[in-house]
Design a protein around this ligand. Structure first.
Ligand SMILES: [Zn+2]
Length: 455
């Protein structure tokens, strides 16, 4: 026992780190020498820039010392238990690994073990240190991810390098971001039941209050093109519909409490399935549900299937647009047209849809105006149950779908519609999913990393 105590006294791991860190500091200071030999000393800006450039050398070195000291036992490990059967296995070989962190690069030597019974290979050090399989570790990855949801991957990698002083190659960043973003599925993007309940509870003005939940659905368009090999013709691009849904609480105090956004390039059936999955997380007896959409048939089919108790509201602005079209076609640009539009919208708001239809049917019009009038009649007949605007306002329900249109702009247009950008559908869907979440923090990417490295 006395012998073991003596050994502890001889070898203090922190002392070892201190010694190595001082060595790093000395080396780092040494390369400052030329600064003292200049005729004019460097400016504060020049000094700070010098620090940014050389920081990874110093901090990476210290980090390396710490990693070596804290994980020495695993870097030299010769035997390890199999994670599947528990049998003790002898090391097969040592694999070097270079890891890029925000503090600079770290080099590790780790044992590789292979259980022939379970046919499983593993590096115990990787699990213990929770290393990313990729070169860039999660802290670097998180920064790239954050920027890559806002701008092209190349630019994101470039900016991370520029702002952190840690080199991030475009190829590495691109591959990894795509892998991680692919895991941003509906399951991870939409808050869980508990979180949704918490937000609803916060929006209530008293325990019996049922705040308004708005479910707004709409389509936008994104430029897509199929995958092709380099130097081969890709064929013409195609604009495809990005279907987006936004759910938010609209309590009486005028706030908007976001619950979820989900935007994907997909057909109506797939969107319906996704929205059903979202609807299943919502305690529908705790809220008053307003469904908002334009005139598209798939929008109403989807909304009313997923939220049968919801109150459907045809977007007022789309409705008004149709009324204006008829006024233009029938009256042209004159005071009469404005008067007619105002009177018609007022009657619609008062839920006098049948009276408006009756009036439209009796308008004496030329063939061109007649076609527009008939279109409006069909539109109003299809949506007559969704036009009760005055009643909606009285109940505190919104009548405009501006919130989904701004979500379209923010989630889909801002990232997908960049000049010269054409997207593969799958990549565009990933980019949308990533923008739907702010949950791609280190925690999330680390979980994803663990998921990826599961045996
Ligand atoms: Zn085994």
């Amino acid at each position: 026992m006395g012998c073991a105590a003596a050994r502890v006294l001889e070898f203090d791991p922190l002392e070892e780190v201190r010694r190595m860190a001082h060595e790093q500091l000395d080396q780092w200071l040494e390369q400052m020498r030329p600064l003292f030999e200049q005729e004019k000393p460097p400016t504060l800006l020049e000094l700070s820039q010098h620090f940014t450039r050389t920081r990874p050398q110093l901090l990476g070195g210290v980090l390396q010392s710490l990693a070596d000291a804290l994980y020495a036992h695993l870097q030299d490990q010769r035997q390890a238990p199999c994670p599947c059967c528990g049998k003790t296995i002898r090391r097969k070989r040592r694999d070097p690994k270079r890891c890029n962190t925000l503090q600079g690069p770290v080099d590790l030597e780790r044992g590789y073990f292979y259980c022939t019974d379970c046919r499983v290979g593993f590096h115990p050090l990787d699990q213990a240190m929770e290393l990313s399989r990729a070169f860039h570790q999660y802290d670097v990855e998180e920064k790239v991810l954050k920027l890559a949801t806002e701008m092209p991957y190349e630019r994101a990698a470039e900016l991370v390098s520029d702002l952190t002083g840690v080199p991030v190659s475009n190829r590495h960043a691109h591959q990894r971001v795509e892998q991680v973003v692919q895991l941003a599925d509906l399951e991870t993007v939409i808050p869980d039941r508990q979180e949704i309940r918490r937000r609803i509870a916060q929006a209530k003005k008293d325990p019996d209050d049922r705040p308004v939940l708005v479910v707004a659905l709409d389509g936008a368009h994104a430029p897509t093109r199929s995958r092709a090999k380099r130097n081969t013709k890709r064929g013409p691009g195609k604009w495809r519909e990005v279907k987006g849904v936004r759910l938010y609480l609209a309590p009486e105090d005028g706030r908007i409490v976001p619950l979820a956004s989900w935007h994907q390039i997909q057909d109506a059936e797939a969107m319906k399935q996704d929205l059903q999955q979202i609807a299943a997380r919502i305690p529908q007896d705790q809220v008053r549900i307003a469904l908002l959409g334009d005139g598209a048939a798939w929008v109403w089919n989807t909304l009313e299937t997923c939220f049968p108790e919801g109150r459907p509201v045809l977007d007022y602005y789309h409705c008004a647009e149709h009324v204006h079209k008829v006024a233009d076609a029938h009256y042209g640009n004159c005071a009469r047209a404005i008067e007619w539009v105002e009177a018609t919208l007022a009657r619609l708001a008062a839920n006098q849809v049948d009276a408006v239809i009756w009036g439209l049917q009796r308008l004496q019009a030329d063939a061109f105006a007649r076609a527009e009038i008939d279109k409006l009649i069909t539109y109003l007949q299809n949506h007559r149950q969704r036009i009760d605007y005055d009643a909606c306002k009285a109940e505190g329900l919104p009548i405009g779908s501006g919130a989904i249109e701004s979500a379209n702009k923010f989630i889909s247009h801002a990232r997908l519609k960049r000049s010269g950008a054409w997207w593969q559908t799958a990549t565009a869907c990933c980019a949308c999913a990533a923008r739907c979440t702010t949950a791609l923090s280190t925690g999330c990417s680390r979980n994803i990393g663990r998921r990826r490295s599961e045996f």
